[in-house]
Design a protein around this ligand. Structure first.
Ligand code: ATP
Ligand code: MG
Length: 577
């Protein structure tokens, strides 16, 4: 491909609207164009990389026995009413009516549609297992579309759905996909981790997320330094501390004046009590109910635990005075002692291990000291793990391991769904005894655009992108430094032809730009190898080869250009076509 015929209008300036590096670099290299919030066109350069990711996905899923199909993006409400998600799915779902007044949505995911197909086509256990996948555009009306392709409203997803005769067979399909996903991200040249994850709104009982490790990742993940256990912070288990069991009489808590001490930090400094002995109490709205959450002052709350327990669609912290007042609570001075009976209270296991703590007294400028949770808390409380795990916490799955925190970008997510959809939508088959049984399902997603963005988040430097060779839009940038020199043009053409014949994808910079900007652009666009031909070097029969990642340069004879490039690409992990 010749750059003069291929639109890459590069930009020197950092675009104002972009904050993360993948977004900045994709805009600066003309990979994507925003049409409106969270909705992008993929320009030719980006599309080449996306297609490579898709090819890797197709090869691995085909090898795992999946079948590709393509389902409609527009879905009728009836199916979503059957699965009970029409009312449960929040405003992420983009709903609309046709001219006859019938309800539809733009597919954010395709469990309903695929289940509808399978319930019509699969009759007997002999037809199972099946695993269908598609690579298709999804629409989710995200609250805060941001970071370019990382969180769009319209985005390309690979989604797959497995149907099996029983749990055991479903688990087999699940682990086959786990393996296929590991192959896919490894073949994309990415450093990734599969982690145990929360299954969220989609339902089901078991799931793994695949994260690309990158400092800018939105997710906190914890990985044990001693065993295989890794989990999303939303789901990471901690060792359960022994609850404190007081012996004999426990004195009542003591009231102390704490004027204006509304934060754990202020309270801890004022009373000279460490934050882990100050109890933090928070008030949330879970759909139509109020609930309280109680945890040690130095710990972060894992909101997902309570949200899932309530099966809540809306879960948000209460901040308005009026709600506190109606509940009989005082913001800044909340505490479990004397907590209103009509508001459910969730208490972290670590709090019940405390033997002497500080907590709010539910009155302005007053706290209690000498609080013994086991004695002074109300009796009808829900005790569970509410604390988010952090670096240094002990791993509950092995002996002696501790956690380390990483930031990750979720690029894939696999779920064991059980019979949630097949029961609701009557997707059944006849077993060997002729008995009707619900199919057992799994579903599996990969964000194709997000994977490309994550690849950039993991591979860049001050000068631009550094493409992993496997998913680079082209393998080589061939720079012609003197387009007016016939000898140079001849050499460039011979290298171009030779490389193409060897299956190497080449972008020739044949524009009239000066060498300086050409080198800058080559680094910015970040193809794995740069081959430079200029009149000065050519006089001695030499051209230059530069590896983008290391910056290493070497002069090589024109005659061996093709061999040298092919062997350098192979060293980077390129598979010859
Ligand atoms: P997130 O937690 O990031 O909102 P999710 O858990 O809702 O994502 P899934 O339903 O698991 O997403 O979707 C499967 C995959 O699709 C995700 O792992 C991610 O790679 C991709 N994806 C999801 N939402 C978006 C989006 N708004 N923009 C780009 N890719 C997305
Ligand atoms: Mg997910």
């Amino acid at each position: 491909m010749r750059r003069s015929r291929f639109m890459i209008n590069t930009q020197k300036e950092t675009p104002k609207e972009a904050v993360v590096i993948s977004h900045i670099l994709m805009l600066r290299t003309c990979m994507i164009k925003q049409l409106t919030s969270g909705i992008y066109s993929y320009m030719p350069l980006a599309l080449r990389s996306l297609r490579k990711i898709e090819t890797i996905i197709r090869e691995e899923l085909d090898a795992a026995g999946c079948q590709e199909l393509l389902m409609p993006m527009v879905q009728p409400a009836d199916l979503w009413i059957e699965s009970d998600r029409w009312s449960r799915y929040d405003d992420l779902l983009c709903r609309f009516k046709d001219r006859k007044g019938h309800d539809y949505c733009l597919g954010p995911t395709h469990e309903e549609v695929v289940t509808d197909i399978v319930r019509q086509e699969v009759r007997s256990y002999k037809d199972l297992p099946v695993n269908f996948y598609q690579i298709q555009t999804k629409f989710r009306d995200e609250i805060r579309p941001r970071f370019g392709l990382m969180r769009g409203r319209e985005f390309i997803m690979k989604d797959a759905y497995s149907f099996d005769v029983d749990q055991e067979a479903s688990a087999e399909s699940y682990w086959a996909m786990h393996k296929a996903y590991s192959n896919i991200f490894a073949r994309c040249g990415l450093e990734y981790r599969p982690v145990e994850a929360d299954s969220g709104d989609i339902g089901g009982n078991f799931s793994h997320e695949f994260h690309v490790l990158a400092g800018s990742g939105e997710d906190l993940i914890l990985s044990c330094n001693n065993c295989e256990y890794a989990a999303n912070a939303e789901r990471c288990e901690l060792t359960e501390p022994a609850a404190y069991a007081p012996e004999g009489d426990v004195p009542a808590p003591v009231e102390v004046e704490t004027p204006g001490k509304k934060t754990i930090e202020d309270l801890s400094a004022f009373l000279k009590v460490s934050p882990e002995r100050c109890i933090k109490t928070l008030l949330f709205r879970a759909d139509d109910d109020l609930v309280g959450a109680v945890l040690p002052g130095d710990r972060e709350l894992n909101e997902v635990v309570i949200k899932n327990d309530r099966s809540a669609v809306v879960f948000e912290m209460v901040t308005d005075e009026a709600t506190f007042q109606k509940a009989g609570l005082t913001p800044g001075f909340l505490g479990p002692v004397g907590w209103p009976e009509d508001i459910d209270l969730y208490v972290d296991q670590r709090v019940l291990a405390m033997d002497n703590a500080v907590a709010g007294a539910n009155r302005v400028d007053v706290h209690f000291t000498g609080v013994v949770p086991a004695t002074h808390f109300p009796k009808n409380i829900n005790v569970t793990q509410l604390s988010v795990a952090r670096t240094g916490d002990t791993c509950p799955r092995c002996d002696g391991g501790t956690f380390k925190e990483y930031r990750g970008i979720e690029v894939g997510h696999i779920f064991m769904l059980g019979c949630k959809y097949s029961e609701a939508m009557k997707a059944t088959f006849l077993d060997a005894d002729g008995k009707e049984q619900p199919m057992v399902m799994g579903c599996y997603g990969i964000g194709v655009g997000r994977t490309m963005a994550a690849a950039i988040e993991q591979n860049y430097d001050d000068n631009g992108i550094i493409w992993p060779v496997q998913i680079a839009p082209f393998h080589v940038m061939l720079l012609n430094l003197d387009i007016k020199d016939d000898q140079v043009n001849g050499a460039v053409e011979s290298i171009y032809t030779g490389l193409r014949a060897a299956g190497v994808e080449v972008l020739v910079d044949d524009t009239a730009a000066r060498p300086g900007p050409k080198f800058k652009d080559a680094d910015l666009i970040g193809l794995p190898l740069q081959v430079t031909v200029g009149s000065r070097g050519l006089k001695g029969g030499q051209i230059e080869l530069k590896e983008r990642r290391t910056g290493e340069k070497k002069s090589i004879p024109l005659a061996s250009a093709v061999d040298e490039v092919v062997s350098a690409l192979k060293n980077m992990g390129w598979n010859t076509p």
